[in-house]
Design a protein around this ligand. Structure first.
Ligand code: ATP
Length: 513
Protein backbone atom coordinates (compact mmCIF):
# COMPACT_ATOMS: atom_id res chain seq x y z
CA UNK A 1 0.00 0.00 0.00
CA UNK A 2 2.76 2.42 1.02
CA UNK A 3 4.48 1.71 -2.28
CA UNK A 4 1.27 2.51 -4.18
CA UNK A 5 0.82 5.77 -2.27
CA UNK A 6 4.42 6.69 -2.98
CA UNK A 7 3.93 6.06 -6.67
CA UNK A 8 0.77 8.17 -6.69
CA UNK A 9 2.54 11.03 -4.92
CA UNK A 10 5.28 10.89 -7.53
CA UNK A 11 2.69 11.04 -10.31
CA UNK A 12 1.12 14.17 -8.79
CA UNK A 13 4.40 15.93 -8.19
CA UNK A 14 5.76 15.05 -11.63
CA UNK A 15 2.56 16.39 -13.20
CA UNK A 16 3.12 19.68 -11.44
CA UNK A 17 6.88 19.97 -11.76
CA UNK A 18 6.90 19.32 -15.50
CA UNK A 19 3.96 21.54 -16.41
CA UNK A 20 1.20 18.99 -16.95
CA UNK A 21 -1.41 19.63 -14.24
CA UNK A 22 -1.78 22.45 -11.69
CA UNK A 23 -4.24 22.87 -8.87
CA UNK A 24 -6.89 25.42 -9.91
CA UNK A 25 -6.46 28.92 -8.41
CA UNK A 26 -3.35 27.81 -6.59
CA UNK A 27 -2.37 31.33 -5.51
CA UNK A 28 -5.61 31.41 -3.50
CA UNK A 29 -4.77 28.04 -1.92
CA UNK A 30 -6.55 26.12 -4.64
CA UNK A 31 -10.09 24.97 -5.26
CA UNK A 32 -10.83 21.46 -4.15
CA UNK A 33 -11.06 18.81 -6.90
CA UNK A 34 -10.63 21.34 -9.71
CA UNK A 35 -7.48 21.30 -11.83
CA UNK A 36 -5.87 23.21 -14.69
CA UNK A 37 -3.95 21.60 -17.51
CA UNK A 38 -0.64 23.32 -18.06
CA UNK A 39 1.47 23.80 -21.18
CA UNK A 40 2.40 20.12 -21.60
CA UNK A 41 -0.76 18.67 -20.07
CA UNK A 42 -2.96 20.49 -22.53
CA UNK A 43 -1.07 18.86 -25.42
CA UNK A 44 -1.33 15.36 -23.94
CA UNK A 45 -5.02 15.89 -23.24
CA UNK A 46 -5.66 17.18 -26.76
CA UNK A 47 -3.82 14.21 -28.24
CA UNK A 48 -5.89 11.74 -26.21
CA UNK A 49 -9.07 13.52 -27.34
CA UNK A 50 -7.95 13.39 -30.96
CA UNK A 51 -6.99 9.72 -30.71
CA UNK A 52 -10.47 8.96 -29.43
CA UNK A 53 -12.17 11.18 -32.03
CA UNK A 54 -10.23 9.61 -34.86
CA UNK A 55 -11.11 6.09 -33.73
CA UNK A 56 -14.76 6.84 -33.04
CA UNK A 57 -15.80 9.47 -35.62
CA UNK A 58 -13.28 9.64 -38.43
CA UNK A 59 -12.87 5.88 -38.82
CA UNK A 60 -16.58 5.06 -38.67
CA UNK A 61 -18.77 6.16 -41.54
CA UNK A 62 -21.87 5.80 -39.40
CA UNK A 63 -20.70 7.93 -36.45
CA UNK A 64 -20.79 11.72 -36.56
CA UNK A 65 -19.76 14.40 -34.08
CA UNK A 66 -21.61 17.06 -32.14
CA UNK A 67 -20.72 19.93 -29.83
CA UNK A 68 -23.78 20.69 -27.74
CA UNK A 69 -23.92 23.54 -25.23
CA UNK A 70 -23.23 22.99 -21.55
CA UNK A 71 -26.41 24.85 -20.62
CA UNK A 72 -29.56 22.99 -21.51
CA UNK A 73 -33.23 23.64 -20.87
CA UNK A 74 -33.89 22.62 -17.26
CA UNK A 75 -36.65 20.24 -18.38
CA UNK A 76 -33.88 18.11 -19.88
CA UNK A 77 -32.69 17.08 -16.45
CA UNK A 78 -36.13 16.38 -15.10
CA UNK A 79 -36.85 14.15 -18.11
CA UNK A 80 -33.49 12.37 -17.95
CA UNK A 81 -34.07 11.47 -14.31
CA UNK A 82 -31.10 13.45 -13.03
CA UNK A 83 -33.17 15.79 -10.86
CA UNK A 84 -34.73 12.88 -9.01
CA UNK A 85 -32.14 10.15 -9.21
CA UNK A 86 -28.63 11.50 -9.87
CA UNK A 87 -27.65 10.92 -6.28
CA UNK A 88 -24.80 9.38 -4.42
CA UNK A 89 -25.37 7.75 -1.03
CA UNK A 90 -23.30 9.66 1.50
CA UNK A 91 -22.36 8.79 5.04
CA UNK A 92 -20.52 10.85 7.65
CA UNK A 93 -18.19 9.62 10.30
CA UNK A 94 -19.27 11.23 13.56
CA UNK A 95 -15.78 11.21 15.08
CA UNK A 96 -13.54 12.24 12.21
CA UNK A 97 -16.28 14.44 10.67
CA UNK A 98 -15.24 13.09 7.28
CA UNK A 99 -17.80 12.44 4.57
CA UNK A 100 -17.74 9.36 2.34
CA UNK A 101 -19.70 7.70 -0.40
CA UNK A 102 -21.26 4.67 1.27
CA UNK A 103 -20.99 2.59 -1.93
CA UNK A 104 -17.31 3.46 -2.32
CA UNK A 105 -16.54 2.41 1.27
CA UNK A 106 -18.11 -0.97 0.52
CA UNK A 107 -16.43 -1.30 -2.88
CA UNK A 108 -13.04 -0.50 -1.34
CA UNK A 109 -13.70 -3.20 1.26
CA UNK A 110 -14.42 -5.71 -1.50
CA UNK A 111 -11.28 -4.60 -3.37
CA UNK A 112 -9.32 -6.16 -0.51
CA UNK A 113 -10.46 -9.57 -1.75
CA UNK A 114 -8.99 -8.71 -5.15
CA UNK A 115 -5.68 -7.93 -3.50
CA UNK A 116 -5.85 -11.27 -1.70
CA UNK A 117 -6.59 -13.03 -4.99
CA UNK A 118 -3.63 -11.30 -6.62
CA UNK A 119 -1.41 -12.52 -3.80
CA UNK A 120 -2.63 -16.11 -4.27
CA UNK A 121 -1.92 -15.85 -8.00
CA UNK A 122 1.60 -14.56 -7.36
CA UNK A 123 2.29 -17.34 -4.85
CA UNK A 124 0.99 -20.02 -7.20
CA UNK A 125 2.87 -18.60 -10.19
CA UNK A 126 6.06 -18.88 -8.19
CA UNK A 127 5.25 -22.43 -7.06
CA UNK A 128 4.25 -23.79 -10.48
CA UNK A 129 6.72 -21.85 -12.61
CA UNK A 130 6.31 -22.15 -16.38
CA UNK A 131 3.47 -24.65 -16.15
CA UNK A 132 1.25 -22.10 -14.31
CA UNK A 133 -2.10 -21.51 -15.99
CA UNK A 134 -3.55 -18.30 -14.52
CA UNK A 135 -7.00 -18.68 -16.10
CA UNK A 136 -7.39 -22.19 -14.76
CA UNK A 137 -6.11 -21.22 -11.34
CA UNK A 138 -8.59 -18.33 -11.11
CA UNK A 139 -11.43 -20.61 -12.15
CA UNK A 140 -10.66 -23.52 -9.82
CA UNK A 141 -8.60 -22.58 -6.78
CA UNK A 142 -10.92 -22.98 -3.75
CA UNK A 143 -9.50 -20.02 -1.85
CA UNK A 144 -9.79 -17.73 -4.87
CA UNK A 145 -13.35 -18.90 -5.45
CA UNK A 146 -14.22 -18.24 -1.84
CA UNK A 147 -12.88 -14.67 -2.01
CA UNK A 148 -14.74 -14.05 -5.25
CA UNK A 149 -17.96 -15.41 -3.81
CA UNK A 150 -17.70 -13.28 -0.68
CA UNK A 151 -16.97 -10.14 -2.69
CA UNK A 152 -19.81 -10.79 -5.14
CA UNK A 153 -22.31 -11.46 -2.34
CA UNK A 154 -21.46 -8.12 -0.72
CA UNK A 155 -21.71 -6.19 -4.00
CA UNK A 156 -24.96 -7.90 -4.86
CA UNK A 157 -26.53 -7.03 -1.54
CA UNK A 158 -25.36 -3.43 -1.83
CA UNK A 159 -26.65 -3.21 -5.40
CA UNK A 160 -30.06 -4.51 -4.43
CA UNK A 161 -30.34 -2.23 -1.41
CA UNK A 162 -29.39 0.84 -3.44
CA UNK A 163 -31.82 -0.14 -6.14
CA UNK A 164 -34.61 -0.41 -3.56
CA UNK A 165 -33.46 2.82 -1.88
CA UNK A 166 -33.02 0.76 1.27
CA UNK A 167 -30.37 3.04 2.76
CA UNK A 168 -30.75 1.49 6.21
CA UNK A 169 -29.50 -1.79 4.83
CA UNK A 170 -26.52 -0.05 3.22
CA UNK A 171 -25.60 1.28 6.64
CA UNK A 172 -26.25 -2.15 8.20
CA UNK A 173 -23.87 -3.67 5.65
CA UNK A 174 -21.13 -1.16 6.54
CA UNK A 175 -21.60 -2.06 10.19
CA UNK A 176 -21.70 -5.81 9.61
CA UNK A 177 -18.47 -5.63 7.61
CA UNK A 178 -17.02 -3.50 10.41
CA UNK A 179 -15.82 -0.90 7.94
CA UNK A 180 -14.02 1.91 9.70
CA UNK A 181 -13.32 5.48 8.61
CA UNK A 182 -10.25 5.17 6.34
CA UNK A 183 -8.65 8.11 8.13
CA UNK A 184 -9.45 7.54 11.80
CA UNK A 185 -10.62 3.94 11.95
CA UNK A 186 -13.76 5.04 13.83
CA UNK A 187 -16.92 2.99 13.20
CA UNK A 188 -19.24 5.68 14.52
CA UNK A 189 -21.35 6.38 11.41
CA UNK A 190 -24.39 8.58 10.69
CA UNK A 191 -27.33 7.35 8.62
CA UNK A 192 -26.83 7.05 4.86
CA UNK A 193 -28.43 9.91 2.92
CA UNK A 194 -28.89 10.63 -0.78
CA UNK A 195 -27.09 13.68 -2.21
CA UNK A 196 -27.80 15.17 -5.65
CA UNK A 197 -24.64 15.81 -7.63
CA UNK A 198 -25.82 18.51 -10.02
CA UNK A 199 -24.58 22.10 -9.78
CA UNK A 200 -27.26 24.74 -10.11
CA UNK A 201 -26.90 28.19 -11.62
CA UNK A 202 -29.16 30.93 -12.95
CA UNK A 203 -29.80 32.31 -16.41
CA UNK A 204 -31.12 35.84 -16.80
CA UNK A 205 -30.42 39.23 -15.29
CA UNK A 206 -33.31 39.96 -12.98
CA UNK A 207 -33.91 38.00 -9.83
CA UNK A 208 -37.64 37.35 -10.51
CA UNK A 209 -37.34 36.23 -14.10
CA UNK A 210 -34.09 34.30 -13.83
CA UNK A 211 -34.36 30.66 -14.81
CA UNK A 212 -32.80 27.92 -12.71
CA UNK A 213 -30.33 25.94 -14.74
CA UNK A 214 -27.99 23.06 -14.12
CA UNK A 215 -24.48 22.64 -15.38
CA UNK A 216 -24.67 19.40 -17.34
CA UNK A 217 -23.53 16.37 -15.30
CA UNK A 218 -22.94 14.36 -18.50
CA UNK A 219 -22.62 15.21 -22.16
CA UNK A 220 -25.02 12.46 -23.27
CA UNK A 221 -28.24 14.47 -22.96
CA UNK A 222 -27.00 17.01 -25.52
CA UNK A 223 -26.84 14.08 -27.94
CA UNK A 224 -30.32 12.75 -27.11
CA UNK A 225 -32.09 16.07 -27.56
CA UNK A 226 -30.34 16.49 -30.93
CA UNK A 227 -30.98 12.93 -32.05
CA UNK A 228 -33.61 13.79 -34.65
CA UNK A 229 -31.86 16.94 -35.91
CA UNK A 230 -28.70 14.97 -36.64
CA UNK A 231 -30.51 11.94 -38.02
CA UNK A 232 -32.55 14.02 -40.45
CA UNK A 233 -29.92 16.55 -41.57
CA UNK A 234 -27.23 13.86 -41.85
CA UNK A 235 -29.66 11.34 -43.37
CA UNK A 236 -28.30 8.82 -40.89
CA UNK A 237 -29.49 5.22 -41.08
CA UNK A 238 -29.77 3.02 -38.04
CA UNK A 239 -27.45 1.77 -36.62
CA UNK A 240 -25.56 5.06 -36.25
CA UNK A 241 -23.75 6.98 -33.57
CA UNK A 242 -23.31 10.55 -32.37
CA UNK A 243 -20.13 11.38 -30.49
CA UNK A 244 -19.07 14.38 -28.49
CA UNK A 245 -16.42 15.50 -26.09
CA UNK A 246 -16.91 18.25 -23.55
CA UNK A 247 -17.06 19.44 -19.99
CA UNK A 248 -19.36 17.92 -17.38
CA UNK A 249 -19.85 19.01 -13.77
CA UNK A 250 -20.60 17.00 -10.65
CA UNK A 251 -20.60 18.11 -7.05
CA UNK A 252 -18.70 15.00 -5.97
CA UNK A 253 -18.95 14.16 -2.29
CA UNK A 254 -15.46 12.83 -1.99
CA UNK A 255 -12.90 14.12 -4.38
CA UNK A 256 -9.45 13.36 -3.14
CA UNK A 257 -7.80 11.43 -5.92
CA UNK A 258 -6.22 14.14 -8.03
CA UNK A 259 -7.75 14.23 -11.51
CA UNK A 260 -9.47 10.86 -11.04
CA UNK A 261 -12.52 12.45 -9.47
CA UNK A 262 -13.03 16.11 -10.28
CA UNK A 263 -15.92 18.49 -9.91
CA UNK A 264 -15.36 19.83 -13.42
CA UNK A 265 -14.14 17.26 -15.90
CA UNK A 266 -14.32 16.27 -19.52
CA UNK A 267 -16.14 13.33 -21.04
CA UNK A 268 -15.84 11.64 -24.41
CA UNK A 269 -19.15 9.99 -25.11
CA UNK A 270 -20.77 8.21 -28.01
CA UNK A 271 -24.42 7.22 -28.20
CA UNK A 272 -25.08 4.46 -30.70
CA UNK A 273 -28.72 4.26 -31.88
CA UNK A 274 -29.87 0.75 -32.76
CA UNK A 275 -32.96 -1.19 -33.65
CA UNK A 276 -34.86 -2.38 -30.54
CA UNK A 277 -33.96 -6.00 -29.83
CA UNK A 278 -30.40 -5.68 -31.19
CA UNK A 279 -29.04 -3.74 -28.22
CA UNK A 280 -27.46 -6.78 -26.57
CA UNK A 281 -25.33 -7.56 -29.63
CA UNK A 282 -24.24 -3.95 -29.99
CA UNK A 283 -23.49 -3.69 -26.30
CA UNK A 284 -21.18 -6.71 -26.56
CA UNK A 285 -19.62 -5.38 -29.77
CA UNK A 286 -18.86 -1.99 -28.24
CA UNK A 287 -17.35 -3.61 -25.15
CA UNK A 288 -14.93 -5.46 -27.41
CA UNK A 289 -14.26 -2.43 -29.61
CA UNK A 290 -13.53 -0.09 -26.73
CA UNK A 291 -11.17 -2.54 -25.06
CA UNK A 292 -9.31 -2.86 -28.35
CA UNK A 293 -8.93 0.92 -28.49
CA UNK A 294 -7.31 0.86 -25.07
CA UNK A 295 -5.09 -2.06 -26.02
CA UNK A 296 -3.89 -0.28 -29.15
CA UNK A 297 -1.95 2.08 -26.88
CA UNK A 298 0.15 -0.83 -25.66
CA UNK A 299 -0.19 -0.16 -21.95
CA UNK A 300 -0.45 -3.86 -21.04
CA UNK A 301 -3.46 -6.20 -21.04
CA UNK A 302 -3.01 -6.89 -17.31
CA UNK A 303 -3.90 -3.29 -16.53
CA UNK A 304 -7.49 -3.63 -17.75
CA UNK A 305 -10.50 -5.61 -16.69
CA UNK A 306 -14.25 -5.50 -17.15
CA UNK A 307 -16.54 -4.99 -14.21
CA UNK A 308 -20.13 -5.87 -15.02
CA UNK A 309 -22.60 -3.92 -12.92
CA UNK A 310 -24.93 -5.40 -10.35
CA UNK A 311 -26.57 -2.05 -9.69
CA UNK A 312 -27.67 -0.44 -12.91
CA UNK A 313 -28.18 3.29 -13.33
CA UNK A 314 -31.84 4.25 -13.66
CA UNK A 315 -31.68 4.14 -17.47
CA UNK A 316 -29.71 0.96 -18.20
CA UNK A 317 -30.49 -2.72 -18.91
CA UNK A 318 -26.82 -3.74 -18.97
CA UNK A 319 -23.69 -1.93 -17.91
CA UNK A 320 -20.02 -2.67 -17.65
CA UNK A 321 -16.97 -0.65 -16.76
CA UNK A 322 -13.54 -0.95 -18.24
CA UNK A 323 -11.41 -0.68 -15.15
CA UNK A 324 -7.78 0.36 -15.22
CA UNK A 325 -5.07 -0.36 -12.71
CA UNK A 326 -4.44 3.15 -11.36
CA UNK A 327 -1.73 3.70 -8.73
CA UNK A 328 -4.49 3.25 -6.12
CA UNK A 329 -5.86 0.02 -7.62
CA UNK A 330 -8.38 -1.02 -10.28
CA UNK A 331 -10.99 1.71 -10.83
CA UNK A 332 -13.49 2.70 -13.51
CA UNK A 333 -11.99 4.34 -16.56
CA UNK A 334 -14.83 3.96 -19.03
CA UNK A 335 -18.47 2.89 -18.89
CA UNK A 336 -20.36 0.97 -21.57
CA UNK A 337 -24.08 1.11 -21.02
CA UNK A 338 -27.08 -0.29 -22.76
CA UNK A 339 -29.43 2.64 -22.09
CA UNK A 340 -32.54 1.13 -23.73
CA UNK A 341 -35.00 3.70 -25.13
CA UNK A 342 -35.23 5.36 -21.72
CA UNK A 343 -33.78 8.75 -22.66
CA UNK A 344 -35.46 9.27 -26.02
CA UNK A 345 -38.83 8.17 -24.63
CA UNK A 346 -38.43 10.43 -21.60
CA UNK A 347 -37.64 13.41 -23.85
CA UNK A 348 -40.57 12.56 -26.11
CA UNK A 349 -42.96 12.62 -23.24
CA UNK A 350 -41.49 15.73 -21.56
CA UNK A 351 -41.24 17.77 -24.78
CA UNK A 352 -44.28 16.47 -26.62
CA UNK A 353 -42.07 16.04 -29.73
CA UNK A 354 -41.66 12.73 -31.51
CA UNK A 355 -38.13 11.36 -31.33
CA UNK A 356 -38.59 8.40 -33.62
CA UNK A 357 -36.91 6.84 -36.57
CA UNK A 358 -38.66 5.66 -39.68
CA UNK A 359 -37.16 2.33 -40.66
CA UNK A 360 -37.64 1.89 -44.42
CA UNK A 361 -36.84 -1.81 -44.31
CA UNK A 362 -39.41 -2.50 -41.63
CA UNK A 363 -41.73 0.22 -42.93
CA UNK A 364 -42.44 1.53 -39.43
CA UNK A 365 -41.51 4.13 -36.84
CA UNK A 366 -39.79 3.27 -33.61
CA UNK A 367 -37.84 4.84 -30.77
CA UNK A 368 -34.29 3.49 -31.15
CA UNK A 369 -32.41 1.77 -28.35
CA UNK A 370 -29.08 3.22 -27.33
CA UNK A 371 -25.70 1.77 -26.46
CA UNK A 372 -23.37 4.31 -24.91
CA UNK A 373 -19.62 4.39 -24.49
CA UNK A 374 -18.49 7.02 -22.00
CA UNK A 375 -14.93 7.70 -20.97
CA UNK A 376 -13.52 10.43 -18.77
CA UNK A 377 -10.78 12.30 -20.61
CA UNK A 378 -9.11 13.27 -17.34
CA UNK A 379 -9.20 9.68 -16.10
CA UNK A 380 -7.67 8.55 -19.36
CA UNK A 381 -5.01 11.21 -18.90
CA UNK A 382 -4.29 9.87 -15.42
CA UNK A 383 -4.21 6.27 -16.68
CA UNK A 384 -1.74 7.11 -19.45
CA UNK A 385 0.35 9.44 -17.33
CA UNK A 386 0.65 7.22 -14.26
CA UNK A 387 1.32 4.10 -16.28
CA UNK A 388 4.01 5.83 -18.31
CA UNK A 389 5.92 7.37 -15.43
CA UNK A 390 8.88 5.13 -14.69
CA UNK A 391 12.15 5.24 -12.84
CA UNK A 392 14.83 3.29 -14.62
CA UNK A 393 18.13 2.05 -13.30
CA UNK A 394 20.80 2.72 -15.88
CA UNK A 395 23.91 0.67 -16.55
CA UNK A 396 26.14 3.33 -15.05
CA UNK A 397 24.32 3.02 -11.72
CA UNK A 398 22.29 6.23 -12.04
CA UNK A 399 18.53 6.36 -12.43
CA UNK A 400 16.47 8.29 -14.92
CA UNK A 401 12.85 9.40 -14.71
CA UNK A 402 11.16 8.71 -17.99
CA UNK A 403 7.59 9.24 -19.11
CA UNK A 404 7.11 6.38 -21.57
CA UNK A 405 3.95 7.82 -23.11
CA UNK A 406 2.54 6.05 -26.15
CA UNK A 407 4.34 8.29 -28.64
CA UNK A 408 1.15 9.02 -30.59
CA UNK A 409 -0.01 10.88 -27.44
CA UNK A 410 3.25 12.57 -26.44
CA UNK A 411 2.98 16.40 -26.14
CA UNK A 412 6.13 16.94 -28.19
CA UNK A 413 7.22 14.46 -30.83
CA UNK A 414 10.83 15.65 -31.03
CA UNK A 415 13.21 18.10 -29.42
CA UNK A 416 15.96 19.64 -31.48
CA UNK A 417 19.30 20.56 -29.91
CA UNK A 418 22.39 22.28 -31.23
CA UNK A 419 25.32 20.54 -29.52
CA UNK A 420 26.72 23.97 -28.63
CA UNK A 421 25.28 27.47 -28.82
CA UNK A 422 27.74 28.66 -31.47
CA UNK A 423 29.54 27.84 -34.74
CA UNK A 424 26.30 28.05 -36.73
CA UNK A 425 24.77 24.98 -35.05
CA UNK A 426 21.73 26.82 -33.57
CA UNK A 427 20.89 28.11 -37.05
CA UNK A 428 20.87 24.60 -38.51
CA UNK A 429 18.83 23.28 -35.56
CA UNK A 430 16.30 26.09 -36.00
CA UNK A 431 16.05 25.33 -39.71
CA UNK A 432 15.24 21.68 -38.94
CA UNK A 433 12.66 22.83 -36.43
CA UNK A 434 11.07 25.25 -38.91
CA UNK A 435 10.62 22.36 -41.33
CA UNK A 436 9.35 19.75 -38.86
CA UNK A 437 6.88 22.01 -37.10
CA UNK A 438 4.48 21.90 -40.04
CA UNK A 439 3.74 18.28 -39.23
CA UNK A 440 4.74 17.73 -35.62
CA UNK A 441 4.73 19.55 -32.32
CA UNK A 442 8.48 20.02 -31.78
CA UNK A 443 10.62 21.91 -29.30
CA UNK A 444 13.98 23.68 -29.48
CA UNK A 445 16.38 23.50 -26.56
CA UNK A 446 19.95 24.79 -26.36
CA UNK A 447 20.39 25.18 -22.61
CA UNK A 448 22.71 22.94 -20.51
CA UNK A 449 24.74 19.90 -21.53
CA UNK A 450 23.07 17.49 -23.97
CA UNK A 451 22.77 14.81 -21.26
CA UNK A 452 20.63 17.15 -19.14
CA UNK A 453 18.55 18.09 -22.14
CA UNK A 454 17.92 14.38 -22.78
CA UNK A 455 16.71 13.95 -19.17
CA UNK A 456 14.38 16.92 -19.49
CA UNK A 457 12.80 15.46 -22.61
CA UNK A 458 12.59 11.99 -21.01
CA UNK A 459 10.59 13.55 -18.20
CA UNK A 460 8.21 15.14 -20.71
CA UNK A 461 7.82 11.94 -22.68
CA UNK A 462 9.30 13.28 -25.95
CA UNK A 463 10.00 10.23 -28.14
CA UNK A 464 12.91 11.73 -30.11
CA UNK A 465 15.82 14.05 -29.44
CA UNK A 466 17.72 15.32 -32.46
CA UNK A 467 21.21 16.75 -32.02
CA UNK A 468 23.00 18.94 -34.52
CA UNK A 469 26.80 18.83 -34.19
CA UNK A 470 29.81 20.07 -36.11
CA UNK A 471 29.74 17.11 -38.50
CA UNK A 472 26.20 18.11 -39.48
CA UNK A 473 27.67 21.15 -41.21
CA UNK A 474 29.65 18.80 -43.45
CA UNK A 475 27.40 15.77 -43.99
CA UNK A 476 23.81 17.00 -43.36
CA UNK A 477 23.39 14.21 -40.82
CA UNK A 478 22.18 14.49 -37.21
CA UNK A 479 22.03 12.17 -34.21
CA UNK A 480 18.56 10.97 -33.36
CA UNK A 481 18.06 9.40 -29.95
CA UNK A 482 15.06 7.34 -28.95
CA UNK A 483 13.47 7.95 -25.55
CA UNK A 484 12.81 4.32 -24.57
CA UNK A 485 15.90 2.53 -25.84
CA UNK A 486 18.21 5.55 -25.52
CA UNK A 487 19.78 4.27 -28.73
CA UNK A 488 21.35 6.84 -30.98
CA UNK A 489 21.47 6.74 -34.72
CA UNK A 490 23.10 8.93 -37.33
CA UNK A 491 20.60 9.86 -40.03
CA UNK A 492 20.18 12.34 -42.87
CA UNK A 493 18.21 15.48 -42.01
CA UNK A 494 15.93 14.68 -44.93
CA UNK A 495 14.99 11.34 -43.31
CA UNK A 496 13.83 12.84 -40.00
CA UNK A 497 10.22 13.51 -40.88
CA UNK A 498 9.68 9.94 -42.08
CA UNK A 499 11.32 8.43 -38.97
CA UNK A 500 9.16 10.52 -36.65
CA UNK A 501 6.00 9.87 -38.64
CA UNK A 502 6.51 6.12 -38.57
CA UNK A 503 6.59 6.21 -34.77
CA UNK A 504 3.89 8.77 -33.95
CA UNK A 505 1.36 8.43 -36.73
CA UNK A 506 -2.08 7.58 -35.34
CA UNK A 507 -2.63 5.23 -38.28
CA UNK A 508 0.13 2.90 -37.10
CA UNK A 509 -1.33 2.85 -33.59
CA UNK A 510 -4.99 2.51 -34.49
CA UNK A 511 -4.23 -0.26 -36.96
CA UNK A 512 -3.39 -2.38 -33.92
CA UNK A 513 -7.09 -2.33 -33.00
P1 ATP B 1 -17.82 6.80 -10.63
O1 ATP B 1 -18.56 5.54 -10.26
O2 ATP B 1 -16.33 6.66 -10.58
O3 ATP B 1 -18.33 8.02 -9.92
P2 ATP B 1 -19.65 7.02 -12.77
O4 ATP B 1 -20.07 5.60 -12.93
O5 ATP B 1 -20.54 7.97 -12.05
O6 ATP B 1 -18.17 7.08 -12.15
P3 ATP B 1 -20.31 7.71 -15.44
O7 ATP B 1 -21.49 8.50 -15.06
O8 ATP B 1 -20.49 6.37 -16.06
O9 ATP B 1 -19.33 7.60 -14.19
O10 ATP B 1 -19.38 8.63 -16.35
C1 ATP B 1 -18.62 8.14 -17.43
C2 ATP B 1 -17.16 8.39 -17.25
O11 ATP B 1 -16.91 9.74 -16.89
C3 ATP B 1 -16.51 7.58 -16.14
O12 ATP B 1 -16.16 6.30 -16.59
C4 ATP B 1 -15.31 8.41 -15.79
O13 ATP B 1 -14.22 8.10 -16.63
C5 ATP B 1 -15.76 9.82 -16.06
N1 ATP B 1 -16.09 10.50 -14.80
C6 ATP B 1 -17.24 10.41 -14.10
N2 ATP B 1 -17.20 11.19 -13.01
C7 ATP B 1 -15.98 11.80 -13.02
C8 ATP B 1 -15.34 12.75 -12.17
N3 ATP B 1 -15.95 13.22 -11.11
N4 ATP B 1 -14.09 13.16 -12.49
C9 ATP B 1 -13.48 12.68 -13.60
N5 ATP B 1 -14.03 11.80 -14.43
C10 ATP B 1 -15.28 11.36 -14.17
Amino acid sequence: MAKQEDKFKKVISHAKEYGFVFQSSEIYDGLSAVYDYAQNGVELKKNIREYWWKAMVQMNENIVGLDAAIFMHPKTWKASGHVDAFNDPLIDNKDSKKRYRADVLIEDYVAKYDTKIEKEVKKAAKRFGDSFDKEQFLATNPRVLQYKEKGNAILQRMGQSLEKEDLEDVKALIEELEIGCPLSGSKNWTEVKQFNLMFGTKLGASADTAMDLYLRPETAQGIFVNFLNVQKTGRMKIPFGIAQTGKAFRNEIVARQFIFRMREFEQMEMQFFVKPGTQKEWYEAWKVNRLKWHMSLGMGADNYRFHDHEKMAHYADAASDIEFKFPFGFKELEGIHSRTDFDLKAHESASGKKLQYFDHEENKNYVPYVVETSIGLDRMFLAVFSNSLQEEELENGTTRTVLKLPSVLAPYKAAIFPLVKKDGLPEVARKIMEELKWDFNVMYDEKDAVGRRYRRQDALGTPFCITVDHDTLKDDCVTIRHRDTMEQQRVKITELAAIIKEEVDARNWLQKM
